[in-house]
Design a protein around this ligand. Structure first.
Ligand code: SF4
Ligand code: SF4
Length: 413
């Protein structure tokens, strides 16, 4: 069952496996075990196993009986009324425009921020920053300390969170979930307490932008959403998948809408094939990386906008120099910063921008998949890093150029 869940098997397949295999013999076996076992331990194991089977059966049954998704058309005023009603229960975020605040002179900034009306949702431009800062803030207090005592931080706002996001960004959150919640047996409580409040409202992506390569990264489609919306002139087409939102759309005109997904980008990334440690060693030693020693200034901007970058630093902030009161914060960090790998004594595991670029590229298109298995790389191909870099360094070009350099090296061997 765990394997079926992990590999994203349909509910019907899971139910078939449960009914046609497990339920045909495990309950009888557990009953025998409870009757015959000489120790309490095995009787308890049998009881737990029976309880688990009942739970699985009940959950799958409940999902089967859940109302099916429906679609409808709403006008902009109606959508605004729905947003107003949702806003009483949820915090609602979407890509929003901040005129004149962009990185380049005179440009606008598009970033995730609270919204109250449909007109605030930006659909004609990509967002400069990702949605991750909503549930993984740039700067987050973990605990407070006072002399020898310490107190955990608590969330000041307990409301659930709704985020309007495109497929690549929803898929990016799954990567972050893997890193914070499924990496090494311990879950990150600071991430989890915000993340478990989040539900996604899928913003249908009309065709992407010049810098997108989500199709190459397999992140152009998603089923992980409560509502899907196509915002149009005068209103929106909406698919309501999560029954919790059905009451908000009662009385709306039914229609046959299902969200479409981008099937082709203007760019198609060529990804490296690294089947063994020898190839990995070759990849790490390529001269290709040296060009970034001159070009990259190590500002970390590319990591800051990336929806899947997760590195942070922890800092203790002492409130004033005569007391021992303060707080511990975690703050986003970046593998592209010069001192990211600095340790006591002045040693740095990676000491050049080229080495940092090598690390980042391999992390995004090799390490993650090698560590967690499956088909997904860490990068979702959103193209934000390319748009952000003040030195016009393209991550996409780095990946494709690296792939080519690796292939050429293999040919010469
Ligand atoms: S590495 Fe660049 S293209 Fe890939 S997910 Fe991060 S910001 Fe997007
Ligand atoms: S690649 Fe560009 S954005 Fe990233 S650290 Fe280097 S200069 Fe900054």
């Amino acid at each position: 069952m765990a394997l079926l869940c992990r590999e994203g098997a349909e509910r019907a397949e899971q139910r078939a496996f449960l009914e046609e295999h497990l339920l045909t013999w495990v309950p009888d076996f557990c009953a025998d075990l409870q009757r015959c076992a000489g120790t309490g331990f095995y009787r308890c194991v049998a009881q737990l196993t029976l309880g688990w089977l009942k739970l699985e059966e009940g959950l799958l049954q409940a999902e089967e009986n859940a109302p099916s998704p429906f679609s409808c058309r709403v006008s902009t005023p109606a959508l605004d009324r729905i947003l107003e009603a949702l806003g009483k229960e949820y915090r609602i975020y979407a890509p929003k425009r901040f005129p004149g605040r962009g990185a380049r002179a005179g440009s606008d900034l598009v970033r995730y921020a609270p919204i109250r009306s449909a007109a605030e949702i930006v659909t004609d431009a990509p967002s400069d920053f990702s949605a991750k800062e909503i549930f993984y803030p740039v700067n987050q207090t973990m605990l407070y300390f006072q002399d020898d005592a310490c107190r955990e931080s608590v969330l000041s706002d307990q409301r659930e969170i709704l985020i309007f996001a495109r497929p690549c960004d929803i898929n990016a959150v799954r990567r972050l979930d893997q890193i914070f919640l499924g990496n090494g047996g311990e879950q990150d409580v600071y991430y989890r307490r915000l993340r478990e409040k989040v539900r996604f409202l899928l913003l249908e992506c009309g065709g992407g932008w010049d810098t997108c390569f989500c199709v190459s990264m397999g992140s152009n489609r998603t089923e992980d959403y409560s509502l899907a919306l196509r915002l149009e002139e005068g209103g929106a087409l909406v698919q309501v998948k999560d029954p919790a939102f059905a009451p908000y759309f009662e009385g709306a005109d039914a229609c046959a809408y299902t969200p479409g997904f981008v099937e082709e980008n203007r760019r198609a990334a060529r990804l490296p094939v690294i089947p063994d440690r020898e190839t990995l060693k070759t990849a790490s030693g390529l001269d290709f990386w040296k060009q970034y020693d001159e070009r990259c200034i190590g500002c970390g901007g590319c990591n800051t906008v990336c929806p899947t970058c997760s590195c942070f630093d922890t800092v203790d902030v002492i409130y004033n120099e005569t007391s021992r009161d303060g707080e511990r914060r975690r703050v986003w960090s970046s593998c592209m910063l010069r001192d990211f790998t600095a340790t006591a004594g002045g040693h740095r595991a990676r000491s050049t921008p080229g080495a940092n670029m090598r690390f980042k590229v391999l992390h995004k298109v090799y390490d993650y998949k090698a560590r967690f298995g499956g088909e997904e790389h860490m990068c979702v191909g959103c193209g934000r890093c390319d748009r952000r870099c003040p030195k016009d360094i393209s991550f996409y070009d780095a990946v494709c150029g690296f792939t080519q350099a690796l292939e050429q090296e293999a040919e010469h061997k």
